[in-house]
Design a protein around this ligand. Structure first.
Ligand SMILES: NC(=O)C1=CN([C@@H]2O[C@H](COP(=O)(O)OP(=O)(O)OC[C@H]3O[C@@H](n4cnc5c(N)ncnc54)[C@H](O)[C@@H]3O)[C@@H](O)[C@H]2O)C=CC1
Ligand SMILES: O=C(O)[C@@H]1CCC=N1
Length: 281
């Protein structure tokens, strides 16, 4: 990677920039960044990471072999219309914008080009994202490899078909929120059983980290690991009975299904909106 241009300088862009700089994938000055209007953000990113900031599209996109699109879905139309004249055949557009299909991006630009869509999650901030990538038909193997290299600086990467990205969004894109929700419940439970919040926080966090480590390092399935904690007639069994009575597993399954459906609905709505701006062939 000789030069990367980031369009959008928010939290997702920063997480990736931080990964690239920390792991020395590219010279920081060769990371060009733009945003809409926030100068403080520019100063912060330049000072913190040594990146080059600009609001001129020419220096931003000229010679960039990789352009990372990291704006909100509502800003995608304006962004694509402003950059479409700069899209070159050898350029890879890497979009983290949720719900915007590669066909919409090509349609607005009125040209066919290489696009990889990514669905990372917010754990990219600490280098632990579970990211899935989907490439369109014009993407070369070497370009997909570049996208993989980039996202491996902020966690793990899986390759999927584009039509699986809604499922990825429902499972791992939104996933950190489900875990935080569970932790909120455990923290509330600590109050009711008389543990002080500091002690409870420490116990919950280490329990979570330990369980994640076991899942990663042990060859045993989650069900087997669960059974190993559960002594017959013991405390875990008593607790799990309550979770079963409240159909907690079913609730999680419904949660992921509904998030996936919502991703599809949002994607369909964005595609319909953007179709109005697709230049007819
Ligand atoms: N938060 C999450 O868990 C995940 C978010 N995403 C996606 O990442 C994308 C970015 O999200 P955040 O970083 O949280 O957003 P953010 O709101 O923090 O940053 C958006 C950036 O885009 C810039 N921008 C907007 N219009 C622009 C334009 N016309 N030209 C140049 N810059 C422009 C803004 O100035 C801002 O710097 C979103 O599309 C979101 O769907 C993807 C996966 C997970
Ligand atoms: O909640 C959302 O719509 C976004 C997509 C994945 C995570 N956050």
């Amino acid at each position: 990677m000789k030069k990367i241009a980031f369009i959008g300088a928010g939290s997702m862009a920063e997480a990736i920039i931080s990964g690239l700089v920390t792991q020395r994938v590219i010279q920081p000055a060769n990371i060009f960044v733009t945003n809409k209007r926030n100068d403080d953000r520019f100063n912060y990113l330049a000072e913190q990471y040594g990146v080059t900031t600009t609001r001129s599209l020419q220096p931003l996109l000229q010679d960039a072999d990789l352009v990372v699109l990291a704006v909100k879905p509502k800003d995608i139309l304006e962004t694509m219309q402003s950059i479409k004249g700069y899209i070159r055949e050898e350029m890879l557009l890497l979009s983290v914008v949720a719900g915007v299909h590669t066909s919409s991006l090509e349609g607005i630009a009125n040209k066919q080009f290489s696009i990889v869509r990514a669905m990372p999650n917010t754990s990219a901030t600490v280098g632990k994202s579970a990211t899935a990538l989907a490439a369109n038909g014009h993407t070369k193997e070497s370009q997909l490899q570049t996208a993989i290299t980039l996202f491996e600086t902020v966690g793990t990467v899986a390759i999927v078909e584009e039509n699986q990205l809604d499922a990825v969004t429902g499972l791992s894109g939104s996933g950190p929120a489900y875990i935080y929700y569970l932790v909120e419940a455990l923290e509330r439970s600590a109050e009711t059983i008389g543990l002080d919040s500091q002690t409870a926080k420490q116990l919950i966090l280490q329990t979570l980290l330990g369980a994640a480590d076991m899942l990663q390092k042990s060859p045993k399935t989650p069900a087997v690991l669960r059974k190993e904690v559960t002594s017959p007639g013991g405390t875990t069994e008593a607790g799990l009975k309550e979770l079963q009575a409240h159909q907690v597993q079913e609730a999680f399954i419904a949660c992921v299904q509904e998030a996936t459906e919502q991703s599809k609905r949002m994607g369909d709505q964005i595609s319909k909106e953007l179709a109005k701006y697709v230049v007819p062939q």
